[in-house]
Design a protein around this ligand. Sequence first.
Ligand code: HPA
Length: 280
Amino acid sequence: MTEFVTLAQIDEASAAVRARLEASPRVGMILGSGLGSLADQIEQPVHIPYRQIPHWPVSTVIGHEGRLVAGQLEGQPVMVMQGRSHYYEGYSMSQITLPVRVMRRLGIDIVIITNAAGGVNPSFEPGQVMLIVDHLNLIGMAGLNPLRGPNLDELGPRFPDMSVPYDPALRQLALEAAQEKGILLQQGVYASLAGPSFETPAELRFLRSAGADAVGMSTVPEVIVARHAGMRVLGFSGISNKANLDGSTITTHEEVLEAGEKIAPQLLSLLRGVLRRLFA
Ligand code: HPA
Protein backbone atom coordinates (compact mmCIF):
# COMPACT_ATOMS: atom_id res chain seq x y z
CA MET A 1 0.00 0.00 0.00
CA THR A 2 1.31 3.43 -0.85
CA GLU A 3 1.46 6.35 1.58
CA PHE A 4 -1.26 8.33 -0.20
CA VAL A 5 -4.58 6.61 -0.74
CA THR A 6 -6.18 7.28 -4.15
CA LEU A 7 -9.83 7.88 -4.99
CA ALA A 8 -9.83 4.60 -6.94
CA GLN A 9 -8.76 2.73 -3.77
CA ILE A 10 -11.41 4.51 -1.69
CA ASP A 11 -14.01 3.55 -4.26
CA GLU A 12 -12.89 -0.09 -4.36
CA ALA A 13 -13.27 -0.24 -0.58
CA SER A 14 -16.65 1.54 -0.78
CA ALA A 15 -17.93 -0.89 -3.42
CA ALA A 16 -16.92 -3.88 -1.26
CA VAL A 17 -18.80 -2.46 1.72
CA ARG A 18 -21.83 -1.35 -0.30
CA ALA A 19 -22.24 -4.86 -1.69
CA ARG A 20 -22.80 -6.15 1.86
CA LEU A 21 -25.15 -3.42 3.12
CA GLU A 22 -28.90 -3.83 3.34
CA ALA A 23 -29.67 -0.10 3.72
CA SER A 24 -27.75 3.09 3.05
CA PRO A 25 -26.34 4.23 6.40
CA ARG A 26 -27.11 7.82 7.43
CA VAL A 27 -24.65 8.10 10.29
CA GLY A 28 -21.14 6.71 10.69
CA MET A 29 -19.57 6.02 14.08
CA ILE A 30 -16.05 5.21 15.16
CA LEU A 31 -15.62 3.43 18.49
CA GLY A 32 -12.39 3.98 20.40
CA SER A 33 -10.36 1.83 22.78
CA GLY A 34 -12.52 -0.17 25.16
CA LEU A 35 -15.75 1.22 23.67
CA GLY A 36 -16.36 -1.48 21.06
CA SER A 37 -19.13 -3.08 23.14
CA LEU A 38 -21.43 -0.29 21.92
CA ALA A 39 -21.57 -2.04 18.56
CA ASP A 40 -23.34 -4.98 20.22
CA GLN A 41 -26.40 -2.74 20.54
CA ILE A 42 -26.82 -2.44 16.78
CA GLU A 43 -29.98 -4.21 15.63
CA GLN A 44 -30.11 -6.45 12.54
CA PRO A 45 -26.33 -6.26 12.36
CA VAL A 46 -24.25 -7.12 9.32
CA HIS A 47 -20.60 -7.69 10.29
CA ILE A 48 -17.84 -6.95 7.82
CA PRO A 49 -14.33 -7.77 9.08
CA TYR A 50 -11.84 -5.10 8.01
CA ARG A 51 -9.58 -7.71 6.42
CA GLN A 52 -12.36 -8.42 3.88
CA ILE A 53 -12.35 -4.81 2.64
CA PRO A 54 -9.64 -3.88 0.12
CA HIS A 55 -7.16 -1.19 1.25
CA TRP A 56 -8.75 -0.98 4.72
CA PRO A 57 -6.22 -0.56 7.56
CA VAL A 58 -6.62 -3.46 9.99
CA SER A 59 -6.33 -2.60 13.69
CA THR A 60 -3.73 -4.56 15.63
CA VAL A 61 -4.44 -3.20 19.12
CA ILE A 62 -6.12 -5.12 21.95
CA GLY A 63 -9.50 -3.53 22.62
CA HIS A 64 -10.12 -2.91 18.92
CA GLU A 65 -12.33 -5.58 17.36
CA GLY A 66 -11.60 -4.76 13.73
CA ARG A 67 -14.90 -4.91 11.90
CA LEU A 68 -17.70 -2.80 10.53
CA VAL A 69 -21.13 -3.30 12.02
CA ALA A 70 -23.96 -1.99 9.85
CA GLY A 71 -27.53 -2.04 11.08
CA GLN A 72 -30.08 0.01 12.99
CA LEU A 73 -29.78 2.14 16.11
CA GLU A 74 -32.82 4.08 17.32
CA GLY A 75 -34.50 3.08 14.07
CA GLN A 76 -31.81 4.72 11.92
CA PRO A 77 -29.44 2.95 9.53
CA VAL A 78 -25.94 3.37 10.93
CA MET A 79 -22.49 2.03 10.17
CA VAL A 80 -20.18 1.55 13.12
CA MET A 81 -16.46 0.96 13.13
CA GLN A 82 -15.76 -1.44 15.98
CA GLY A 83 -12.14 -0.45 16.44
CA ARG A 84 -9.85 1.77 14.37
CA SER A 85 -6.25 1.78 13.30
CA HIS A 86 -3.78 4.39 14.50
CA TYR A 87 -0.78 6.15 13.06
CA TYR A 88 1.50 4.47 15.62
CA GLU A 89 0.67 1.05 14.18
CA GLY A 90 2.72 1.99 11.14
CA TYR A 91 0.04 3.15 8.72
CA SER A 92 0.24 6.50 6.96
CA MET A 93 -2.11 9.33 7.92
CA SER A 94 -3.85 8.85 4.57
CA GLN A 95 -4.36 5.14 5.27
CA ILE A 96 -5.84 5.55 8.77
CA THR A 97 -8.38 8.03 7.43
CA LEU A 98 -9.53 5.90 4.47
CA PRO A 99 -12.54 4.59 6.45
CA VAL A 100 -13.98 8.10 6.86
CA ARG A 101 -13.67 8.69 3.15
CA VAL A 102 -15.39 5.38 2.47
CA MET A 103 -18.24 6.55 4.71
CA ARG A 104 -18.45 9.72 2.62
CA ARG A 105 -18.56 7.77 -0.64
CA LEU A 106 -21.36 5.65 0.83
CA GLY A 107 -23.40 8.83 1.28
CA ILE A 108 -22.86 9.33 5.01
CA ASP A 109 -22.68 13.00 5.99
CA ILE A 110 -22.65 12.77 9.78
CA VAL A 111 -19.87 11.02 11.67
CA ILE A 112 -19.69 10.48 15.43
CA ILE A 113 -16.12 9.87 16.56
CA THR A 114 -15.20 8.51 19.98
CA ASN A 115 -11.92 7.83 21.73
CA ALA A 116 -10.35 6.99 25.04
CA ALA A 117 -8.34 9.90 26.37
CA GLY A 118 -6.30 11.03 29.31
CA GLY A 119 -7.87 13.85 31.33
CA VAL A 120 -5.48 16.80 31.26
CA ASN A 121 -8.01 19.12 32.88
CA PRO A 122 -7.51 18.41 36.61
CA SER A 123 -11.26 18.61 37.26
CA PHE A 124 -11.94 15.60 34.97
CA GLU A 125 -12.34 12.19 36.60
CA PRO A 126 -11.82 8.76 34.99
CA GLY A 127 -15.12 7.35 33.76
CA GLN A 128 -16.48 10.74 32.66
CA VAL A 129 -17.29 11.68 29.08
CA MET A 130 -16.06 14.87 27.40
CA LEU A 131 -17.82 16.48 24.44
CA ILE A 132 -15.05 17.65 22.11
CA VAL A 133 -15.51 21.33 21.28
CA ASP A 134 -12.20 21.91 19.50
CA HIS A 135 -8.86 20.20 19.02
CA LEU A 136 -5.14 20.77 18.96
CA ASN A 137 -3.73 18.97 15.95
CA LEU A 138 -0.24 18.61 17.37
CA ILE A 139 0.76 15.85 14.95
CA GLY A 140 -0.58 17.93 12.08
CA MET A 141 1.19 21.07 13.23
CA ALA A 142 4.38 19.01 13.13
CA GLY A 143 3.69 18.05 9.50
CA LEU A 144 1.62 14.88 9.70
CA ASN A 145 -1.66 16.14 8.28
CA PRO A 146 -3.85 13.45 6.67
CA LEU A 147 -4.45 15.81 3.73
CA ARG A 148 -0.73 15.95 2.86
CA GLY A 149 -0.12 14.68 -0.66
CA PRO A 150 -2.22 15.02 -3.78
CA ASN A 151 -5.57 16.65 -2.96
CA LEU A 152 -8.59 14.52 -3.82
CA ASP A 153 -10.56 17.32 -5.47
CA GLU A 154 -13.66 15.12 -5.81
CA LEU A 155 -13.86 14.99 -2.00
CA GLY A 156 -12.92 18.51 -0.96
CA PRO A 157 -10.69 21.57 -1.40
CA ARG A 158 -6.92 21.80 -1.08
CA PHE A 159 -7.15 24.25 1.82
CA PRO A 160 -10.23 23.34 3.85
CA ASP A 161 -11.54 25.65 6.55
CA MET A 162 -11.30 24.32 10.12
CA SER A 163 -12.97 27.15 12.01
CA VAL A 164 -15.88 24.93 13.13
CA PRO A 165 -14.51 21.38 13.34
CA TYR A 166 -17.20 20.01 15.70
CA ASP A 167 -20.76 20.76 14.58
CA PRO A 168 -22.47 23.18 17.01
CA ALA A 169 -25.99 21.88 16.32
CA LEU A 170 -24.91 18.27 16.95
CA ARG A 171 -23.10 19.36 20.13
CA GLN A 172 -26.31 20.97 21.31
CA LEU A 173 -28.19 17.70 20.75
CA ALA A 174 -25.54 15.89 22.81
CA LEU A 175 -25.89 18.38 25.66
CA GLU A 176 -29.67 17.98 25.61
CA ALA A 177 -29.35 14.19 25.59
CA ALA A 178 -26.93 14.36 28.54
CA GLN A 179 -29.27 16.56 30.50
CA GLU A 180 -32.23 14.30 29.83
CA LYS A 181 -30.32 11.21 30.98
CA GLY A 182 -28.61 12.88 33.95
CA ILE A 183 -25.15 12.26 32.47
CA LEU A 184 -22.38 14.65 33.48
CA LEU A 185 -20.97 15.72 30.11
CA GLN A 186 -17.71 17.64 30.34
CA GLN A 187 -16.66 19.86 27.44
CA GLY A 188 -13.20 20.65 26.21
CA VAL A 189 -10.31 20.63 23.78
CA TYR A 190 -8.77 17.32 22.63
CA ALA A 191 -5.07 17.22 21.81
CA SER A 192 -3.87 14.44 19.53
CA LEU A 193 -0.37 13.02 19.75
CA ALA A 194 1.15 10.22 17.70
CA GLY A 195 1.77 7.79 20.59
CA PRO A 196 2.19 4.96 21.37
CA SER A 197 4.18 6.08 24.41
CA PHE A 198 2.10 7.97 26.92
CA GLU A 199 3.12 11.54 27.76
CA THR A 200 5.81 12.62 30.18
CA PRO A 201 4.81 14.94 33.05
CA ALA A 202 6.51 17.87 31.27
CA GLU A 203 4.61 17.12 28.06
CA LEU A 204 1.35 17.04 30.00
CA ARG A 205 2.05 20.37 31.70
CA PHE A 206 2.84 21.77 28.25
CA LEU A 207 -0.47 20.45 26.87
CA ARG A 208 -2.39 21.92 29.80
CA SER A 209 -0.80 25.32 29.33
CA ALA A 210 -1.58 25.11 25.60
CA GLY A 211 -5.29 24.72 26.38
CA ALA A 212 -5.80 20.95 26.17
CA ASP A 213 -8.41 19.29 28.39
CA ALA A 214 -7.87 15.74 27.13
CA VAL A 215 -5.12 13.92 25.25
CA GLY A 216 -5.17 10.86 23.01
CA MET A 217 -3.71 9.18 19.95
CA SER A 218 -6.53 9.31 17.40
CA THR A 219 -9.62 11.21 16.21
CA VAL A 220 -8.09 14.42 14.86
CA PRO A 221 -6.90 12.96 11.52
CA GLU A 222 -10.39 11.49 11.03
CA VAL A 223 -12.05 14.80 11.88
CA ILE A 224 -9.87 16.69 9.39
CA VAL A 225 -10.66 14.28 6.58
CA ALA A 226 -14.37 14.38 7.45
CA ARG A 227 -14.43 18.20 7.46
CA HIS A 228 -12.44 18.27 4.20
CA ALA A 229 -15.28 16.27 2.66
CA GLY A 230 -17.96 18.51 4.20
CA MET A 231 -19.20 15.97 6.76
CA ARG A 232 -20.69 17.11 10.08
CA VAL A 233 -18.69 15.81 13.05
CA LEU A 234 -19.58 15.07 16.65
CA GLY A 235 -16.79 13.90 18.96
CA PHE A 236 -16.66 12.36 22.43
CA SER A 237 -13.68 11.47 24.60
CA GLY A 238 -14.10 8.86 27.29
CA ILE A 239 -11.78 9.98 30.08
CA SER A 240 -9.97 6.79 31.02
CA ASN A 241 -7.30 8.13 33.33
CA LYS A 242 -6.11 11.30 34.94
CA ALA A 243 -3.08 12.64 33.13
CA ASN A 244 -0.07 12.39 35.28
CA LEU A 245 1.02 16.02 35.42
CA ASP A 246 3.33 15.55 38.40
CA GLY A 247 4.69 12.09 37.62
CA SER A 248 3.11 10.51 40.72
CA THR A 249 1.07 7.81 38.92
CA ILE A 250 1.54 5.62 35.87
CA THR A 251 -0.80 5.14 32.89
CA THR A 252 -1.52 1.69 31.41
CA HIS A 253 -3.55 0.38 28.47
CA GLU A 254 -5.38 -1.96 30.91
CA GLU A 255 -6.59 1.07 32.85
CA VAL A 256 -7.86 2.56 29.57
CA LEU A 257 -9.83 -0.59 28.71
CA GLU A 258 -11.22 -0.88 32.26
CA ALA A 259 -12.54 2.69 32.25
CA GLY A 260 -14.17 1.93 28.90
CA GLU A 261 -16.57 -0.40 30.70
CA LYS A 262 -17.84 2.52 32.77
CA ILE A 263 -17.85 4.96 29.85
CA ALA A 264 -19.55 2.73 27.24
CA PRO A 265 -23.06 2.78 28.80
CA GLN A 266 -22.99 6.58 29.13
CA LEU A 267 -21.81 6.98 25.55
CA LEU A 268 -24.46 4.59 24.29
CA SER A 269 -27.12 6.60 26.05
CA LEU A 270 -25.74 9.83 24.53
CA LEU A 271 -25.55 8.32 21.04
CA ARG A 272 -29.12 7.08 21.28
CA GLY A 273 -30.27 10.48 22.53
CA VAL A 274 -28.49 12.30 19.70
CA LEU A 275 -29.90 9.96 17.03
CA ARG A 276 -33.41 10.26 18.42
CA ARG A 277 -33.22 14.06 18.31
CA LEU A 278 -31.46 14.21 14.95
CA PHE A 279 -34.18 12.42 13.05
CA ALA A 280 -37.19 13.41 15.19
N1 HPA B 1 -2.58 9.70 26.93
C1 HPA B 1 -2.72 9.45 25.62
N2 HPA B 1 -3.64 8.67 25.12
C2 HPA B 1 -4.51 8.12 25.98
C3 HPA B 1 -4.42 8.33 27.36
C4 HPA B 1 -3.40 9.16 27.87
O1 HPA B 1 -3.25 9.41 29.08
N3 HPA B 1 -5.44 7.62 27.94
C5 HPA B 1 -6.10 7.02 26.92
N4 HPA B 1 -5.54 7.31 25.73
